[in-house]
Design a protein around this ligand. Structure first.
Ligand SMILES: C[S@@+](CC[C@H](N)C(=O)[O-])C[C@H]1O[C@@H](n2cnc3c(N)ncnc32)[C@H](O)[C@@H]1O
Length: 222
């Protein structure tokens, strides 16, 4: 079993604490190690984007164990997450190939540039997606921003899905986590109807407490 990165001095009142969803993503990458290492990305040095990096545990794990020769962008809306992700990576893996940017989803990326995209989104059904805090008194909101995805838990993921085709490179792929209440099979079918240049399939799923989590691969076909 590949070791899980350690997170130095985390502040879990301001960033998401890795949980079953984060560990399901690590397990997926570990179980598909040979797939990733043999996959021919369109570029020799693939660009990996993790949206919503939180503690940086996922970017660091992939950098250390799966694709050490890639270039990484670990992004988050939350500035504390961006700083923590860089610290986590530096404490566990090579840091010369990883940077962090504070941005909303894919807005800071060049079109058709990302070879591998990973997103553990705010997927919990909730009345609304919280606003980004404007003052330090509102900073408890960061944890809600990490979790709450609007009425079906899909508001943030749907936003990403709309820009996915324009974000991924040819042969690029995205791994996105869903809970059962997001109706991921329907999401996948609808996505393939709207974007016939994509193959979408579930690659792993697991019961976590009363929740069933699953990860889908969105593969852009050349
Ligand atoms: C469920 S947490 C996942 C954190 C980490 N990747 C993990 O798996 O442990 C979701 C993360 O997405 C970030 N996030 C929420 N909305 C976002 C957006 N619109 N753009 C970028 N990041 C966002 C949150 O701040 C949070 O860090």
């Amino acid at each position: 079993m590949l070791p899980t990165p350690t997170i130095p001095s985390p502040d879990y009142e301001r960033i998401y604490e890795p949980a079953e969803d984060s560990f399901l993503i690590l397990d997926l990458f570990e179980s598909q190690l040979s797939y990733f290492q043999s996959k021919r990305f369109s570029k020799k040095t693939p660009l990996v984007l993790e949206i919503g990096t939180g503690s940086g545990i996922i970017t660091t794990f992939i950098n250390k164990h799966i694709l050490p020769n890639a270039i990484y962008v670990a992004s988050d809306l939350n500035p504390y997450a961006c700083k923590t992700a860089l610290r986590t990576n530096k404490a566990n893996a090579s840091s010369i190939n990883v940077d962090s940017i504070r941005c909303d989803l894919t807005t800071a990326l060049l079109p058709n540039s990302v070879d591998l995209l990973v997103f553990n989104p705010p997927y919990v059904p909730a009345e609304f997606v919280p606003q980004v805090p404007e003052t330090s008194e509102d900073e408890h909101t960061w944890v809600d921003i990490a979790l709450n995805g609007g009425p079906e838990g899909m508001d943030v993921t749907n936003q990403l899905l709309q820009s996915l085709s324009d974000t991924l490179s040819v042969d690029g792929e995205a791994y996105i986590l869903f809970c059962a209440r997001n109706n991921p099979d329907t999401v996948a079918q609808n996505f393939m109807s709207n974007y016939p240049n994509f193959k979408v399939e579930r690659v792993i799923h697991r019961k976590a407490g009363w929740e069933v989590l699953s990860i889908y691969r969105f593969l852009k076909l050349s």
